[in-house]
Design a protein around this ligand. Structure first.
Ligand SMILES: Nc1ncnc2c1ncn2[C@@H]1O[C@H](COP(=O)(O)OP(=O)(O)OP(=O)(O)O)[C@@H](O)[C@H]1O
Ligand SMILES: [Mg+2]
Length: 261
């Protein structure tokens, strides 16, 4: 299980989860479950669902808090998604889990426990996280065997990385080890600023930076309108090519970290 997470908003966590998941299915024949673990529920909306109309018993919230909603197996919540794999949906009600989790014992191991139910169903589980720290983000870290961090290639986005690493370090110290397996540039524009930002990122993080940056391109954005990966809209588009390569690198890093699943 792997998380795509950055506490910063709008850095393509959701788009990258969807595109990488889609390439894992189409190019590598893997069974992939993407977990929407953000109350904003973008990944769920992209699958054509109306998140506001979903009951807790139809989303990850139910599986996360059996005390509140009765025993719900994540396996029963799997839905087919337009990008080719399966989805565990979210709704805005997920935000309400934060204070409830704070009162429960072992609050950060909840997601891991809930996702154990789909171990047999999936070769890879990718979790799309919320753009903030807190109990949900800590549950994501508690569930993951490693994190991948999308970073928009702009100054503001890169400077926020320091806090991200600090948060992960604190989690590792107090809870469990969760390695950052890769940081990848996104929304890259053909500007000097983006190039210099990438060089700065490489200086700062070295081999942690994946050597594929995803360009800011229409193919990714337009495909998302139909909940699709860029390759499904246009096979040889810039976005499709970038995500093909990025997925290969992500899978390499996952297998070095102990394999898929
Ligand atoms: N490669 C790309 N080129 C152009 N636009 C993109 C690309 N990837 C994503 N986008 C657009 O950027 C916006 C932010 O993407 P996305 O929702 O995936 O980010 P996020 O990090 O999940 O955001 P949030 O923090 O709100 O969850 C969306 O409007 C999406 O359509
Ligand atoms: Mg998102």
């Amino acid at each position: 299980m792997y998380g795509i997470w950055n506490w910063k908003g709008g850095v393509t966590k959701t788009s990258s989860t969807l595109n990488i998941a889609s390439h894992m299915v189409a190019d590598h024949g893997l069974r992939v479950v993407a977990v929407d673990f953000d109350p904003r529920s973008t990944l769920t909306r992209l699958a054509g669902l109306d998140p506001g109309a979903l009951k807790p018993s139809q989303t990850m919230l139910g599986a996360l808090l059996p005390e509140e909603y009765g025993a719900i197996s994540a396996r029963d919540l799997l839905r087919e998604a337009p990008w080719g794999g399966h989805l565990l949906a979210a709704s805005p009600d997920l935000a309400g889990a934060e204070p409830v989790l704070a009162e429960l014992p072992g609050p950060h191991g909840r997601l891991r426990r809930a996702l154990e139910e789909i171990r047999e169903e999936a070769d890879v589980v990718l979790i799309d996280g919320p753009p903030r720290t807190g109990k949900l983000a800590f549950n994501l870290m508690g569930a993951c065997d490693g994190l991948f961090v999308p970073v928009a290639l702009s100054y503001a986005s890169v400077t926020s990385l320091e806090r991200l690493f600090k948060t992960v370090r604190i989690f590792c110290e107090y809870e469990r080890e969760v390695p950052v397996l890769g940081v990848f540039g996104t929304l890259a524009r053909p500007t000097r600023h983006a190039r210099e930002t990438l060089v700065g990122l490489l200086d700062q993080l070295g081999e942690l930076v994946v050597d594929v940056a995803v360009p800011n391109t229409v193919s990714v954005e337009d495909a998302l309108v139909d909940g699709l990966a860029a390759w499904q809209l246009q096979e040889n588009s810039l976005g499709a090519r970038a995500y093909t390569e990025l997925t290969n690198r992500v899978l390499q890093r996952m297998s070095l970290a102990g394999g898929v699943a």
